[in-house]
Design a protein around this ligand. Structure first.
Ligand code: SAM
Ligand code: DTB
Ligand code: SF4
Length: 310
């Protein structure tokens, strides 16, 4: 068990020492100068019954996101082919559901997973809460990882989401791990949380058993119409500190510099890589918000001497 005190100490140390420590750990466990490119597909958009205050896809907020039902298997395969051709090695399918569906829709998601895995890409899905039998079916279809974020600390969680609990989140994560699927679990900074909340989130993540194989660190992308739509951008150094602390606490995990990259400079992103981030989401669009283009990322990698991870 990693203590809250040790996480607090780690997180609060002078930034340059923290980054140095993180880079040292990073070099012991990972290929250096290689960053994995993942591509997101929004396979079912909007009209979600949950009330996550950051999310443009919640039906409760007047946002102008495009809404549609589950895409066809063929549409998703075409998006995956395009991502692969651009150099992505992981394809993440997100659906705006409170929990995984039943029947035909679930069968279609299984087919999408099989197809993506069959193309030699890592397949990841995020579609809300799962039951154990659903997790087992996803595992059998060849799913690499399931994304289910804790987002923030347990104490700040009810300020952000009231339609489900931290416990609910932890349950699904447990079912995913028990089914033998890798857990992708991280959070968001810039929602008005304190350093204490960030430390508590990292503490919870690092004490998950097993530790998550994948940890996305998102900066809030404020979207007009959502309750957090007017928040100011978080200081990029908060992201650096989060990434570095995650890297030291979870040495083997892939730490993903996720939402919010379009507001980061090349130097900000370089610091995040130095702090141990080794994956990004590439393609013009995340789920509903904008992201640097493929060309922007080619230029970023060239400037930093980073190679897309094969
Ligand atoms: N409905 C599923 C769920 O909530 O688990 C899957 C999709 S949901 C959009 C996936 C994750 O995206 C959320 O857990 C949250 O961490 C992140 N996210 C959503 N909106 C965001 C925003 N505006 N800025 C940053 N991250 C966001
Ligand atoms: C994660 O942690 N970040 C990605 C992925 N998991 C699903 C999603 C970011 C979404 C950003 C807001 C949007 O584009 O709608
Ligand atoms: Fe729904 Fe997921 Fe958005 Fe929450 S984050 S409103 S569960 S799509």
């Amino acid at each position: 068990m990693i203590s809250l005190e040790s996480v607090t100490e780690l997180y609060n140390q002078p930034l340059l020492s923290l980054v140095y420590e993180a880079q040292t750990v990073h070099r012991q466990h990972h290929q250096i100068d290689a960053v994995q490119m993942c591509t997101l597909a929004n396979i079912k958009s909007g009209r979600c019954p949950e009330d996550c205050k950051y999310c443009p896809q919640s039906a409760r907020y007047p946002t102008d996101v495009e809404t549609y039902a589950l895409l066809s298997v063929e549409q998703v395969i075409n998006q995956a082919k395009d991502a692969k051709q651009h150099g992505a090695t992981r394809f993440c399918m997100g659906a705006a559901w409170r929990n995984a569906p039943e029947g035909e829709e679930f069968e279609n998601v299984l087919q999408m997973v099989e197809a993506v895995a069959g193309m030699g890409m890592e397949a990841c899905v995020t579609m809300g809460m799962l039951r154990p039998d659903q997790a087992q079916k996803l595992a059998a279809a060849g799913l690499t990882a399931y994304n289910h974020n804790l987002d923030t600390s347990e104490s700040f969680y009810p300020e952000i989401i009231t339609t489900r609990t931290y416990r609910d989140r932890l349950e699904t994560i447990k079912y995913v791990a028990e089914a033998g699927i890798q857990v992708c679990c991280g959070g968001i900074v810039g929602m008005g949380e304190t350093d204490r909340d960030r430390i508590e989130l990292l503490h919870t993540l690092a004490n998950l058993q097993p530790q998550p194989e994948s940890v996305p660190i998102n900066a809030l992308s404020p979207v007009a119409g959502t309750p957090l739509g007017d928040l100011e951008a978080v200081d990029p150094l908060v992201l650096v500190r989060m990434v570095a602390t995650a890297r030291v606490l979870m040495p083997k995990a892939v730490v993903r510099l996720s939402a919010g990259r379009d507001r980061l400079s090349v130097s900000d992103q370089a610091l995040c890589f130095l702090a141990g981030a080794n994956s990004i989401f590439s393609s013009e669009r995340l789920l509903t918000t904008s992201n640097p283009s493929w060309q922007d990322d080619i230029e970023l990698f060239e400037k930093l001497g980073v190679k897309p991870k094969k």
